[in-house]
Design a protein around this ligand. Structure first.
Ligand SMILES: Cc1ncc(C[n+]2csc(CCOP(=O)(O)OP(=O)(O)O)c2C)c(N)n1
Length: 723
């Protein structure tokens, strides 16, 4: 034995190395592993004392995670961990105090300010991205982060700080050889987003390190019932450009060596890597679970023999690095550290009760600010909405090198060389909204995604959080649902759940709506209220070319996620065409447009029911002298209730019209608010007119009867005026 036995103060004199590590490093790693376990034990105690409200442990995963951290650089590499990664976070430098502040829900919890459960990591300082509970949403975000890092390497001027738009609040940090770590349990590899992310990481040779922490169970489901053949390594083995490792994740040195090889592959620019570590789960899934209900005692005992802490302690002892007295001293020190952290956490102040409202949206840059008010140029021929959206994208891309555009079929041509000989025209989107952009800005700024909507939104989120401005396209609103997890549980929540530490101001452009004559069920849907019901997401729905241009520019420049709904029927309508308004034309969110002033009935609407309402309003004035005031909300979140109130105070009668179905629709909220806040101004009940409570049929006559038409609006106004 070449190392000296260590007692209280380790003093290694002869440098024997273990996978390149010396005794002091091994001791530090052992200490972190033990600290992690004791932190779990403390949280379990605190939960039993009802001083914290949830617990999920890292127990059994410590060796693999400490081995990963030892090969990575906090504040340099990027981390997209999951809830078992306590030991990783501790090894990266997150303090026990910070972790326990989250467990008690303290205001000072640096990861979330008391908003998230324990083990939902997040630290700007260490580049640990805010963690969530849904299993599997982290993969595509890590991929997007890796793409952003590479983008900034290739576009050296793009990271400059620019005042006056979202860039003022997004300091970019990137490194040419950075690694983007993302971890998961083996059960979560069943999620589609896992496979979507492997696909993109592989195609683009991205610097992503996947760590699969395989403890054999997803809550109560054993891996062989979860994963075909019972082993994820075998299933992923054919992805090109990857480096794969499978190791005993309870063995620190084996894990360390596997991680080192994987990280070397990534840092040398060879592409992604996946380390599959077999670990154990000595505690139940969480404190809400009792594994004795579904695991035999003998199986649990067998696992216990592989406990990474006990095994590593035995190893250190056998190597003469740490004797019993040394263990005891280390344990005393760690226990004292945990106790001190716990004392601080238990004495910490809770968040102010009013704090829940903070950081839903950016407080620094409000898209409703008057600074977004501007005057359009009015010279030139009238242009369609499609044309002005395309022009706006082009202008903004010239102005801001951080903008990237991707989605299904949005590029002119994936085969770049075909564009060069100019024999083909190029696609540029199924509606041609992005036509010519790849040609002008190149394939790293405008490119096609795989046919996978979650892939589009998840990657956009990862890019935006690193400082890029993805303006991505969902081809049809009807197909937005595969991205729903990212759109509901991730994108709009990032700022709030991280207590303003992270944000992801991506723009999601979506072609929406019917009135297509043959669009049928799957090319005609609306459903905007699902997203206005999601805090943290701005929703825009323009009815005409000029508004589309001005609102899209505001969406791009602002610092929040925006769902930008573009009505397909309005793309090339004669209605609402306008001259090019110039490259600086912006419109503040939350300001309605009054298409027609009137004193008898207010009609509140947006999108494709604007031209239909206008037609009805003009006809009813002509034929019956009823003067309608027509309000186009333009943005649905925020929305201009002040304009509604002003108009209703004048007319005392209000009809809300929208294309989406009536029940639980967008109009319900407006109607309820008018009834509760403007009751004494009303001379008639609030009326709504919307689509029938069904989907849109293919047969044109059926489509007509399902969607609200100008004649229906005419009749509703007439009835309301006569009330
Ligand atoms: C999308 C989603 N579905 C279900 C859950 C509930 N859930 C939380 S953890 C978990 C099991 C995860 O197992 P695995 O990926 O193997 O990780 P482990 O907990 O074993 O480390 C489940 C089903 C969730 N959080 N998210």
């Amino acid at each position: 034995m070449s190392s000296k036995v260590v007692h209280s103060e380790p003093a290694v004199t002869v440098e024997k190395t273990y996978q390149g590590l010396v005794a002091r490093q091994l001791l530090n790693m052992f200490r972190t592993m033990y600290l992690s376990r004791r932190m779990d034990d403390r949280e379990i105690l605190l939960k039993r004392q009802q001083k914290i409200f949830f617990q999920i442990s890292c127990a059994g995963h410590e060796a693999l995670l400490v081995a990963a951290a030892a090969n990575l650089r906090p504040g340099y590499d990027w981390f997209f961990p999951y809830y078992r990664d306590r030991a990783l976070c501790l090894a990266l430098g997150v303090t026990p105090e910070a972790q326990l502040l989250q467990a008690v829900g303290a205001a000072a919890d640096p990861a979330s300010g008391g908003r998230q459960m324990p083990s939902h990591w997040g630290s700007r300082e260490h580049n640990i991205f805010t963690t969530s509970s849904p299993t599997g949403t982290q993969f595509l975000q890590a991929v997007g982060s890796a793409e952003a890092g590479r983008y900034f390497t290739h576009h050296s001027a793009a990271d400059a700080k620019v005042m006056g738009d979202y860039r003022e609040f997004k300091d970019v940090q990137h490194h040419d050889d950075e690694v983007n770590y993302v971890s998961t349990g083996e059960g979560t590899t069943s999620q589609g987003e896992f496979w979507e992310s492997l696909n993109t990481a592989s195609i683009r040779k991205l610097p992503v390190l996947y760590v699969v922490e395989d403890n054999g169970y997803a809550i109560s489901v054993p891996v062989k019932y979860q994963t075909a053949g019972g082993n994820i390594s075998r299933l992923v083995a054919n992805f090109p450009n990857f480096h794969f490792e499978e190791c005993d994740g309870t063995n620190l040195l084996e894990s360390y060596a596997a991680m080192r090889r994987a990280v070397e592959h990534i840092r040398s620019g060879n592409g992604p890597a996946l380390v599959h570590g077999h670990v154990i789960r000595p505690y139940s899934h969480s404190l809400s679970d009792d594994e004795k209900l579904y695991r035999r005692e003998a199986e649990r005992k067998k696992d216990a023999e592989r406990d990474p802490i006990a095994c590593f302690q035995k190893f250190l002892n056998a190597e003469g690095i740490l004797d019993t007295a040394g263990v005891q001293k280390l344990q005393r020190e760690v226990d004292a550290e945990v106790q001190a952290a716990s004392d601080v956490a238990l004495a910490a102040a809770f968040p102010e009760l009013t704090s829940y409202a903070h950081h839903v949206y950016s407080e620094n840059l409000r898209p409703s600010a008057t600074s977004f008010q501007s005057v359009p140029l009015t010279e030139g021929r009238d242009r369609t909405m499609a044309d002005l959206i395309n022009t706006c994208l082009r202008d903004e891309m010239r102005r801001d090198e951080r903008i990237v555009i991707f989605g299904e079929d949005v590029a002119d041509c994936s085969n770049e060389e075909y564009l060069q000989d100019k024999k083909i025209k190029g696609k540029g989107g199924v509606f041609k909204l992005t036509s010519g952009l790849q040609r002008e800005f190149g394939s790293d700024r405008v490119f096609n995604s795989p046919l996978a909507e979650a892939n589009i939104v998840g990657r956009a989120l990862g890019m935006a959080t690193r400082g890029l401005k993805p303006v991505v396209e969902i081809q049809f609103f009807d197909y937005i649902w595969p991205a729903m997890h990212q759109l509901r549980n991730e994108l709009p929540l990032i700022r709030w759940r991280s207590n303003d530490a992270f944000s992801c101001p991506a723009v999601i452009r979506v072609a929406i709506g019917g009135y297509l004559t043959g669009g049928a069920v799957y090319h005609s849907q609306c459903g905007e209220s699902i997203f206005t019901h999601t805090p943290g997401m701005h929703v825009v729905f323009p009815s005409n070319a000029l508004d589309a241009a001005g609102l899209l520019r505001t969406a791009i420049r602002c610092d929040d996620p925006v769902l930008f709904l573009e009505h397909k029927r309005l793309y090339r309508e004669p209605f609402g065409r306008a001259p090019y308004p110039g490259p600086e034309y912006t419109i503040p969110f939350g300001k309605a447009r009054i298409w027609k002033e009137g004193s008898d009935v207010t009609v509140v609407t947006y999108g494709a029911t604007v031209p239909r309402s206008l037609q009805a309003a003009q006809r009813i004035e002509r034929e019956h002298g009823i003067r309608v005031e027509l309000l186009d909300l333009r943005t649905l979140n925020p929305y201009d209730f002040e304009a509604v109130a002003t108009s209703v105070s004048k007319t005392s009668r209000v009809l809300i019209v929208h294309e989406d179905m009536q029940s639980w629709g967008y109009g319900a909220e407006i109607a309820a608010r008018i009834a509760s806040e403007l009751f004494d101004k009303l001379d008639a009940p609030v009326r709504r007119l919307a689509a029938k409570d069904t989907f849109v049929a293919y047969q044109p006559q059926l489509e007509d009867v399902i969607l609200p038409q100008a004649d229906d609006i005419f009749a509703a106004i007439q009835e309301l005026a006569a009330y």
